[in-house]
Design a protein around this ligand. Sequence first.
Ligand code: FES
Length: 579
Amino acid sequence: MYQIYFDREKKQIEVAEGTTILEAQRLAGLRPDAPCGGAGTCGKCQVMVKGQILRACQTKIQEDLHVGTAGTLSLEKAVVLTEGFSRPVAFWPGVSVHSIEFEKTVPGDKRSDWERMLETLEKTRVKDARHFLPDPKLASTLYERIKKGGSWYVVHTDHEILDIRDHKRDYCFVAFDIGTTTLAGYLLDAANGKVLAVESRMNPQVQFGADVIMRADYALACKTKALTECIRRELDDMIGGLAEYAKRERTDILQICAVGNTCMHHLFLGISPASLVHAPYTPALSQSLTLSAENYGLTIHPKGQLLILPNIAGYVGADTSACLLAVRPDQKEEIMLLLDIGTNGEMVLGNRDRLLTCSTAAGPALEGAKIECGMRGTEGAVDHVSFQNGSWHYTTIGDQPAVGLCGSGLLDLTAQLLKNGFLDKSGNLNSGQKDPKRFLLVPPELAGNKKGVYLTQKDIREIQLAKAAIAAGIRILMKKLFITEEDIACLYIAGAFGNYMNPVSAGTIGLFPISLVERILPIGNAAGEGAKIALLNANEWRLADRLAESVEFVELAILPEFQDCFVDELEFPGEEVAG
Ligand code: FES
């Protein structure tokens, strides 16, 4: 066993010989940034050991060490999108609070206190209360209450009583969007649906890899437990933060609704993602779930419920079901395209007559991963780039010196290189600089790092692969629906990418048909909005399963025409786009 000292964090841990420094960082709870999950390919896990810069994931511990982790990601500084488009829904939550009052027990009445209470409830307002599940613990409080007389408050769902109280409490709900990269949590007032607090964080599972495949691989190699515990702990901590901010008690939270892609869904619930990474790529479990929050590491009301929206298919998860609840294309006559670009690209096309969905393995390139100077949308990331009168301009998040390119900056830079002749349709870069296969945007002397910010020919190829996967997915869905891009009335773009990217840049590189640029509506964190809707309106929650079932899944990988379409879409478009 060896002692490892993390100097910057002032932490020490004992680990067995042969443990990697990255693993030691995880064991010490340091949440290192490891986009490739420790495969040794991203180079973003650098640490300083004995004056040498080493990749933590490739360095096995053979002696006591002092480790400098200056490159460790600050998980708290990420810009996380929490706002989202949502349609108004009637406030009719699945949990209600009713006051009841009833006469003292009379001799000869053979009904139990519990039965009498349910009958009183049914007579006053609650349909079918007589069939509610019995609860011995709550029943044991009834004798004293009846003896005392007066009115009390019953908190119930449509099939069980959650609580009985003397006084009305300020109950609330929590909605979670569990993204692969970021987490968003919302505390809602159970009396009126108002948002009381919002909290966002990076998903701490990023220390096991940037995308779902790396996380799933880690889970399969080292068991799901580490990833499950990691996300449950973080969500529970967020609940504490939300309650504290709004000056509410954790125990007053009655329901939580969580959504995420299929891999996040499985890892949170402690389900092995094996079925997602092996053909035919199906989820282990799809239908909506009502669970006890307590059993999933979430400390709220002792009978608090955890609602999970349904998955649709292997790589079309509960987050897409939530987006559908937020947009409800099944009610519309006009055809819409819903696009959610994250580490995967999920899309839904159609209207009330027919809805089709598919998922494309776009990879995390458009989020800045796999790009030499790519980074997440944190301080110092170049987020917008323009080329005017022969000179380049850019802005960075937080107005900090540039240290890398996030998704929106990457898109802008690629589009500008294309429009201004530095990049041809096939993706060949000729930067006109000393190294024509590398475009230097920010020289080292102006950057916040030592190498500057640049884009390489290899980066361009990664962008082409990602954009071709999405564009081909759209083309195939249009073909299956027998429509052209002219028939699409609206392009909803969900997620942070849609909010921060320049749509003209996205159209210019051919991420979607150029003509759709004019019809884009960024809908922000629509998945989070869908989770809120499921809490605020019980009918919408019940509808989610039907909606998920009605969407037809198109498996691109088995379609012979997908490969041809993908190859066609690798080229950048030649059309001119205004802006
Ligand atoms: Fe070490 Fe990617 S190179 S985590």
